[in-house]
Design a protein around this ligand. Structure first.
Ligand code: FUB
Length: 336
């Protein structure tokens, strides 16, 4: 499998629940509509033979490619390499799940990577075009840590970055506000760790405030506990708004679901609601939700293209439906 360098774009025929591209492995899709077109910002998995471990060493990605879909969502284009780790001064390896945003007449690519001390941080890169190439900032965002940035731009113009992931994503190690290399997660009956959220400054390159933790509670207002692996936060946060309500969706990691919680405030607390996507082939599950031409779509990945290798994934999409009460209908990634 050979990914394209920058140059001629490569196009592929697509349909729902099928890989967007098959000439390279892709994962962690963040979908956005820019300039009226649906763009996808995925991780680019390498075709390496790696043994899986809980630290995520098998996810040793080096660069990003931007994908775009045609109006009918029947064709996907790979625009080639948009950013490479060798061009990011502060980063050493593992270019994990990215996201993108538009503001100040610029496109921003946000991405996690390990710094030269092996600590995950989150950086930004800019471009005047949605498909890049992106020019990285010399340093990571001050005060950022862990993985999986997702930037939500609210109707009032405020932009928030959500982030954080357990295990290889190192979120447990930041419980005191400092990086403690051997810190463990909370006891099973203690409140689970939540994703972090910080408002971005107008320049989109710095936090306006120190990141705070989002609380996810059950139907009685009690925080979900760390042992509640079917519902507690693990990684891959995404925020969107539907009918004035904020939806926080995420991966439960060890139980392999995409689930969601809702709130009237982007800072929470969020009340757990249910499952959006049942487990996929492969260990990780990661998604985004986007509205395009009056329909809603879930972008997700699985490992079907590689026959199940955790670190060789492929991005897919499916239409997403709301029930009349605002709940989301559960999606089966492998419909009959
Ligand atoms: O792709 C590397 C990591 O796997 C992501 O950061 C996680 O969300 C999981 O999908």
């Amino acid at each position: 499998m050979k990914a394209r360098k920058r140059g001629t774009a490569l196009s592929n025929s697509i349909s729902s629940n099928q890989p967007l591209v098959t000439h390279m492995y892709t994962a962690d899709p963040s979908a956005h509509v820019f300039e009226g077109k649906l763009y996808v910002y995925p991780s680019h998995d390498l075709d390496h033979e790696m043994t899986s471990n809980d630290n995520g060493d098998q996810y040793d990605m080096e660069d990003y490619h931007v994908l775009s879909l045609n109006e009918e969502l029947t064709q996907c284009t790979d625009h080639g390499e948009a950013l490479h780790v060798r061009d990011v001064p502060w980063a050493s390896k593992q270019m994990w799940a990215p996201d993108a945003a538009y503001k100040n007449r610029k496109y921003y690519l946000f991405f996690p990577a390990r710094d030269h001390d092996g600590i995950f941080r989150i950086g930004a890169a800019t471009s005047d075009k949605p498909a890049g190439p992106f020019r990285p900032e010399p340093n990571y965002i001050e005060g950022s840590f862990s993985i999986d940035p997702a930037v939500f731009v609210d109707d009032d113009g405020k932009s928030y970055m959500l982030f954080g992931g357990l295990w290889g994503g190192q979120l447990e190690k930041w419980q005191t506000g400092e990086f403690i290399a051997d810190a463990e997660g909370p006891a099973w009956i203690a409140p689970a760790l939540g994703p972090r959220i910080a408002e971005l400054a107008d320049d989109m390159l710095s936090f306006r405030e120190a990141p705070r933790e989002i609380s996810i509670v059950d139907e009685n207002g009690m925080p979900l506990v760390a042992g509640d692996e079917d519902r507690r936060y693990f990684e891959g946060p995404w925020m969107h708004k539907h009918n004035g309500l904020y939806y926080l969706s995420y991966s439960t990691g060890t139980t392999h679901r995409i689930v969601y919680a809702t709130s009237s405030d982007p800072l929470g607390p969020f009340e757990y609601k249910g499952t959006i996507l049942t487990p996929v082939v492969g260990w990780t599950t990661h998604h985004s939700i986007v509205s395009y031409q009056d329909k809603w779509y879930l972008f997700y990945h699985d490992s079907s293209l590689s026959g199940g290798a955790d670190n060789k994934r492929c991005v897919k999409f499916a239409e997403l439906f709301y029930e009349a009460d605002g709940t989301i209908r559960t999606i089966d990634p492998y419909p009959e």
